[in-house]
Design a protein around this ligand. Sequence first.
Ligand SMILES: NC(=O)c1ccc[n+]([C@@H]2O[C@H](COP(=O)([O-])OP(=O)(O)OC[C@H]3O[C@@H](n4cnc5c(N)ncnc54)[C@H](OP(=O)(O)O)[C@@H]3O)[C@@H](O)[C@H]2O)c1
Length: 340
Amino acid sequence: MRILVTGGTGFVGSHAALALRAAGHEVRLLVRNPAKLERVMAQHGAQAKEAFPDIVSGDVTDAAAVKQALSNCDGVVHSAAFVSTHKKDADNVISTNVGGTRNVIGQGCELGLKHLVHISSLAALFAPGLSSLTGEEPPTQSKSAYGQSKAAAEHFVRDLQSKGKPVSIIYPGSIIGPHDPGLSEPMNALRIFSSRMGVVTSTGTQFIDVRDIGSACVAILEKLDRPERILLGGHYYPWKELISTLYELTGRRLPYAPIPGPLLRLMGILGDAFITLTGVNIPITAEGTQYATRWVRSDDSKFETVLGLRFRHHRETLADSLHSLYAAGHIKRKHLGKLA
Ligand SMILES: NC(=O)c1ccc[n+]([C@@H]2O[C@H](COP(=O)([O-])OP(=O)(O)OC[C@H]3O[C@@H](n4cnc5c(N)ncnc54)[C@H](OP(=O)(O)O)[C@@H]3O)[C@@H](O)[C@H]2O)c1
């Protein structure tokens, strides 16, 4: 099949593109910056020009460029998004994530593509007080532009699903793994936990390996004959288990601060007030502390039952992520401990 991948210079898109190519598909990439593609693919040990000769230069907000990129394709993996929680980026986040999804997934359906994969987020489903995440939750009502953009894109794509269009949705949790071209929030959290200090609070977190998302994209395109919602939260770590697993892997006792959930949420509310007053972005927000202290497991069973795949072991994912943080200069060799 010929598959268009958007976001090929990003964390998920680069892995998805390489997984599709390894599975024998022709991959076309829509990228804004071919020079960045070369750098990102070099991290993977691939030569961009050789691995991906079929490049369309363009922006997902440009409907004509997207249409050109979609032409003669059998399928698409839409992974391009502007992932930012900075207030100054709000307009751009909405236009990229909502407008981009309309252009890529909407036009893909109009052109009659047979297989479409939209990368959503568990954050588009999460609401405090749920007991689990299943994919049947209504799109969330978020305060942040990023959350709103993912929810609006979710409404749009679900509407297409309800009309019988062949669009499947993947809902990743916090993504980690090798070769993150930037420093995404989950990888940054892992950097802080492994090199500075962790926090132990109520509930826990989920980490999904970026390579498992790449495999899921391939399996959806190759195997599914009906649209699906595939949740990929990944391994659930109660916060203390995350600290103890990092200790087992590295042999390093990591300092951590025990902070009760309600106190952390109060700090999040104060964090929001600080951001509003100063315009300075800090990682402690009301929404972020809701995720951190009230998270619930996602039902990831379709990865095995529908796609026929097996998750990578979560320790392998953590170990490879730490190696990758070190290779990118985000942590020091001493932080790898026994893994070095
Ligand atoms: N990372 C996570 O933990 C996580 C968790 C849940 C869901 N997700 C979702 O997974 C998807 C991929 O995220 P990621 O982690 O791979 O993000 P990423 O590493 O930041 O990559 C984003 C990609 O989107 C491209 N892009 C952004 N704006 C664009 C535009 N206007 N036109 C064309 N391309 C554009 C970027 O291109 P440039 O290189 O040119 O900037 C880059 O290739 C997103 O939908 C995100 O919401 C991510």
